[in-house]
Design a protein around this ligand. Structure first.
Ligand code: KDG
Ligand code: MG
Length: 408
C-alpha cells in the first residue's frame, strides 16, 4: 500500500482550520488537523514544502516509522509548527488504518472504557452577574462542568478570555483584524484580591455538584500561584489551569507544597519532554496536551500511558481553534483512556462547520459520544472548503501597568 498524494487546505467558517488529506493507491484517504492558532500558514507550508514530498510512496500503515522519520529526520527537535504538521500526518495515517480495519479508532487503542466522555464549556462574563448568566446557560444545556472566567473591577482591559463590555458571550481570543496584536493590561494584585471570592460566589450560587474549572493563563509567578491555589481550596475547583508557566517544571513543587487544589497544565506543550517531570513527580493532576501541537495520536498515547502510571488524568485542550478532525482523534483517545478526566470542547458546531466536516459524533447533555464509523469518523467536504480563505488574526499581548511585557 502506498501514499499517492496529499493536499493541505487553510480556511474555514470563522476559523483558519489547516486540514490535511492523504490519498492512497487503494482509494482510502485519511484526514488530519494541523491548525496552530494564529500561525496557521506555517504548519501548512512545512507540510507542502518538506513533508508531503517525502510522504509520497511511503506505506501509510507504517505510522510509527513515518512519525520517527519526520521527528528524528528534522534533526532540530519539536516546536509547535513542526509538531502540528507531524500531528496532522499522524492523525491521517491512523484514520487510514482504522478505515482499513473497518473499525473506529478507539477499538485499535484497546476498546471502550466508557460510553460518553464528559466535556466542559466556557462560561464568561464581563462581571460576576454576567458570568452567572453564562454558567446558567450551560447548566440548562446539561453541562456538568464549566470553565469560569470573568472581568475584574478596575482592570482597564478585560482579563483573559472575557468580553470587554457587557453583552457579548463566548471566546474573544483571536482578533481577525490582522496580525498585529492588541494589548491588554494585567494587574496581578487586583486579580489575587478579586478572583478567589468571585469563584466562591459561583460555588455558592450553583451548589456542590457543578464542576468548576478556572484558567489563570500563565499569569502568576510560582509563589503567587501557590497562594492562589491555597486561597481557592474551599471552592473545591475541579481544576486550576496554567496557574504559572511550566517552563521551569521544578517550580510547580511550590504549588504542591502549599495546596491540594487540582492543577491542569500542558496546552502549550509539544512533547513528552515538556511534561515528563511534571507527571513523574506528580506535580499536576490533569495533562492538557493536544494531539495537534503535540505531534499526533502516536506520541500523545505514550503521554497518556505515562500519566496513568502517576494518577494524572487527561484533560485535552479543545479550544475553538481545533477542527472537528483533531477533536475526533481526542474523542477516540477519551473513549479508550483508562485515565480519562475531562475534555474541553469548543468546536464551533455551526451548520457551516458541520457541512465542512460531516460526522455522526454527537454532544448531548455535556457528554461526547463517539460514532462507530471506521477511522476518525469525520469526513471533509472539499467543495465546502473552497468557500473559505485564510484570514490573518492575532492573540492579544499582555503588559503590566508599567509597560513590561507579560504572559498572555
Ligand atoms: O490559541 C490560544 C488558545 O488556544 C488558548 O488561549 C485557549 O487557554 C485556552 C484554553 O484553555 O482553551
Ligand atoms: Mg487554557
Amino acid at each position: 500500500m502506498k501514499i499517492t498524494g496529499a493536499k493541505v487546505y487553510v480556511g474555514g467558517p470563522g476559523k483558519n482550520y489547516v486540514t490535511l488529506k492523504i490519498m492512497t493507491d487503494q482509494g482510502i484517504y485519511g484526514l488530519g488537523d494541523a491548525t496552530l492558532n494564529n500561525r496557521e500558514t506555517l504548519p501548512a507550508a512545512y507540510l507542502q514544502d518538506y513533508l508531503i514530498p517525502n510522504l509520497i510512496g511511503m506505506d501509510p500503515r507504517t505510522s510509527e516509522d513515518i512519525w520517527q522519520f519526520f521527528y528524528r529526520g528534522a534533526y532540530f527537535r519539536g516546536g509547535p509548527i513542526a509538531m502540528a504538521a507531524f500531528g496532522a500526518i499522524d492523525m491521517a495515517l491512523w484514520d487510514i488504518k482504522g478505515k482499513l480495519a473497518g473499525m473506529p479508532l478507539y477499538q485499535l487503542f484497546g476498546g471502550k472504557s466508557r460510553d460518553g466522555a464528559m466535556v466542559y464549556a466556557h462560561a464568561t462574563g464581563a462581571d460576576l452577574p454576567d458570568l452567572m448568566e453564562s454558567v446558567t446557560h450551560y447548566i440548562e444545556q446539561g453541562y456538568q462542568a464549566v470553565r469560569v472566567q470573568c472581568g475584574i473591577p478596575g482592570m482597564p482591559t478585560a482579563s483573559y478570555a472575557v468580553p470587554a463590555a457587557k453583552g457579548g458571550k463566548g471566546d474573544f481570543i483571536t482578533d481577525f483584524g490582522g496580525i498585529r496584536p492588541k494589548t491588554e493590561i494585567w494587574d496581578t494584585d487586583k486579580y489575587m484580591r478579586y478572583m478567589p471570592n468571585a469563584l466562591a460566589e459561583v460555588r455558592q450560587c450553583f451548589g456542590p455538584d457543578l464542576k468548576i474549572l478556572h484558567d489563570v493563563h500563565h499569569r502568576l509567578l510560582p509563589r503567587e500561584a501557590a497562594e492562589f491555589a491555597k486561597a481557592v481550596e474551599p471552592v473545591g475547583l475541579y481544576w486550576l489551569e496554567d496557574p504559572t508557566p511550566a517552563e521551569n517544571q521544578d517550580a510547580l513543587r511550590l504549588i504542591r507544597h502549599h495546596s491540594t487544589t487540582p492543577i491542569a497544565i500542558g496546552e502549550v506543550f509539544n512533547s513528552i519532554w515538556d511534561c515528563n517531570k511534571l507527571i513523574e513527580n506528580e506535580l499536576i493532576d490533569f495533562i492538557r496536551i493536544a494531539v495537534t501541537y503535540a505531534g499526533g495520536i502516536t506520541p500523545v498515547k505514550r503521554i497518556v500511558d505515562l500519566a496513568g502510571m502517576h494518577h494524572v488524568k487527561t484533560g485535552f485542550h479543545g479550544a475553538p481553534s481545533h477542527s472537528p478532525i483533531s477533536m475526533a482523534a481526542q474523542a477516540h483517545l477519551n473513549t479508550w483512556a483508562p485515565n480519562f478526566g475531562i475534555q474541553e470542547y469548543l468546536v464551533l458546531g455551526t451548520p457551516e462547520c458541520d457541512a465542512m466536516f460531516p460526522s455522526e459524533h454527537r454532544i448531548q447533555g455535556g457528554m461526547f459520544f463517539v460514532s462507530d464509523a471506521p477511522g476518525l469518523g469525520v469526513d471533509f467536504d472539499e467543495h465546502e472548503a473552497t468557500k473559505y480563505e485564510y484570514v490573518p488574526g492575532s492573540h492579544p499581548i499582555v503588559r503590566l501597568k508599567d509597560g513590561t511585557l507579560w504572559n498572555y
